[in-house]
Design a protein around this ligand. Sequence first.
Ligand code: ATP
Length: 298
Amino acid sequence: MEYAIEVSGLEKAFGSFKAVNDVNFSIEKDKIYGLLGRNGAGKTTLMKLITAQIFPTGGNIKVFGEDPYENREVLTQICFIKESQKYPDHYTIRDAMAVAKSILPNWDEEFALSLMDEFRLPSKRRIKKLSRGMHSAVGIVIGLASRASITIFDEPYLGLDAVSRNVFYDRLMDDYGEHPRTVILSTHLIDEVSNLLEHIFVMADGELILDQDAENLRGMAFTLTGRAPEVEAFISGKEVIHREPFGGLLSVTIIRDHHGHELKQAETIGLEITPVSLQQLSIYLTTKSREQKGAMTK
Ligand SMILES: Nc1ncnc2c1ncn2[C@@H]1O[C@H](COP(=O)(O)OP(=O)(O)OP(=O)(O)O)[C@@H](O)[C@H]1O
């Protein structure tokens, strides 16, 4: 299979600090990926590497099978919408759209105009005079109307209200249905986008700690609550990713086995079973990775 993006042994060090550390993954064409992780995990650095804005200090990147560096053919197929994108001071929204149109070969002007209308963007207004949310909406319109083969959104909705965020999700899904492409969405609003995502990456401290199909992930973990001694006995030998005692009770989150036998057993002994949201799962996995690293460096 020819992948949209393939990354192996990727590293970006700033001095002795590794912002991206030995990252390996493959991104399929025409799928929506979520890139999750806490502040400073290395998400933006990874996206800048993929889009050839910065050079790696180790490893390899292939975009559509080619080295993306100074590769015009490859780079015009990528649209990278950054958080807080800077525009020249005198730029109006219309200017930004015109530049996007001139460099992005799949640009759909009609779609851009209808999105501008939906986000209520006044085309003649200077971008520097826009509110924070409107500024984000400009990036979203460009990202969607680009129809780029690889579209990357890095925290695209700073300041955007819930209604506008929903417009973004709806338009993305409608348009993706008609024009499939590879989308990478880096976000902290995990549960809000969890239904959109087909594959999830989680980064922590520069490393990729999870690379999993969203469907598998949805049923991957569950939380059990019951009297502490019963829960302790139940989890013996199982992989626990989070535990929370309160009073005489204990709540634990565990990774299920392939057959889901634990669920039946837990039910039989009267433990309460609750599903784990993607947001919670990502937080637990990130925290666990930190704790394990801490333990290893002690
Ligand atoms: N040019 C640079 N020089 C030195 N350190 C850098 C540089 N760029 C990024 N870093 C560091 O690399 C780490 C990862 O930063 P990055 O911006 O990739 O994180 P992020 O996951 O995108 O975070 P956020 O969710 O807050 O946007 C941080 O510790 C950051 O300070």
